[in-house]
Design a protein around this ligand. Structure first.
Ligand SMILES: NC(=O)c1ccc[n+]([C@@H]2O[C@H](COP(=O)([O-])OP(=O)(O)OC[C@H]3O[C@@H](n4cnc5c(N)ncnc54)[C@H](OP(=O)(O)O)[C@@H]3O)[C@@H](O)[C@H]2O)c1
Length: 293
């Protein structure tokens, strides 16, 4: 029987663990963790994400603030805001919500974030530490996926894991985490991308298949090996009469048809998404603990 990997449930469990730790800090008169988010411009998706992060912080007792900046802000001014957050003692960690407007170099902004406040884990120093297996802030989505596999006690050791998509925030860091020499990893990883030839031949060999390419229902039942473990990272908003809002979310996997063929699968919504947000909370708590020493 197929097991539905309930990311919402696991995320709520982790939220409770974080809330208890935050409560303990308060009882001991220690500093309450504080996250800041820089939001540039009016991208509706970015606004929704930042507000969801703020709400999640509130739910576990983490303080948060959103710094709203104009779409036309210069790179220099944005860097000044980053530096202000690097320096101040109030915020333990901060994120700069991506994507940024085209006139701003995302890489330049990321490189100027103080690595000990980089709770998104995108700074080259944190990426480098992750590659070397040293303690660091792990990027939220891959960290959340690793946690889901661990909490569902899914054995990864020796398995062939095929990841579709090599972005810096999902596919590439995940390929490193899953191939690490560790009991919760030890996978043999194949990382596919848009230049991979005959991608189907890799997909059908996957014991664990992670779809993070951003193409709606790309993975169909005929492609998937029987009893494979399927992690769907994609998020797509499509029109739907079934929902009051007039739209629904679907993933990179054709869930309804793939469900019966695999052994484990994450739904969209309610799979990887909630784990991404909770990983940011966990990184913020980690940053606050670092700041206490
Ligand atoms: N659930 C969550 O919390 C969460 C978090 C982040 C992202 N997402 C979602 O996950 C998806 C991927 O996000 P992302 O930011 O990683 O995407 P991205 O930066 O757009 O990267 C997409 C990757 O997929 C590859 N790709 C595109 N078309 C392909 C094809 N036909 N065959 C094979 N590979 C192909 C690209 O290859 P090239 O490198 O060759 O261009 C690239 O590596 C999106 O739907 C996004 O909304 C969800």
């Amino acid at each position: 029987m197929t097991v539905l990997i309930d990311g919402k449930k696991i995320a709520n469990e982790i939220k409770q663990e974080i809330a208890s730790e935050v409560e303990l800090l308060k009882e001991n008169k220690r500093k309450v963790p504080y996250l800041a988010a820089i939001l540039v411009g009016n991208n509706p998706a970015s606004k929704t994400y930042v507000m969801a992060k703020e709400k999640a912080c509130k739910s576990v007792g983490i303080k948060s603030t959103i710094i709203d900046l104009n779409e036309n802000i210069s790179q220099k001014e944005l860097l000044q805001n980053v530096e202000m957050l690097n320096q101040n003692k109030t915020h333990d960690g901060f994120i700069v919500q991506l994507p940024l407007p085209n006139h701003i170099s995302t890489q330049k902004i990321i490189e100027n974030i103080n690595p000990i406040k980089d709770v998104d884990g995108f700074h080259p120093m944190n990426i480098g530490k992750m590659v070397n297996g040293l303690p660091s802030f792990l990027p939220a989505t891959p960290k959340g996926i690793m946690e889901l596999l661990k909490r569902y006690k899914i054995s990864t050791e020796g398995k062939h894991c095929v990841i579709l998509g090599r972005s810096n925030i999902v596919g590439t860091p995940l390929s490193i985490m899953l191939s690490r020499k560790s009991p919760n990893a030890n996978c043999t990883v194949t990382l596919c991308h848009s230049k991979t030839k005959n991608i189907k031949k890799f997909i059908e060999k996957a014991d664990i298949l992670i779809a993070a390419l951003g193409i709606k229902h790309f993975i169909t039942a005929d492609m998937v090996k029987k009893n494979a473990i399927i992690i769907d990272v994609g998020i797509h908003r499509i029109k739907s009469n079934e929902k009051k809002s007039g739209y629904k979310l679907v993933g990179d996997v054709d869930f309804e048809n793939v469900y019966t063929k695999c052994s484990y699968i994450t739904p969209v919504p309610g799979g990887v998404g909630p784990m991404t947000i909770v990983s940011l909370l966990s990184n913020t708590l980690q940053a606050a603990k670092i700041n206490m020493h």
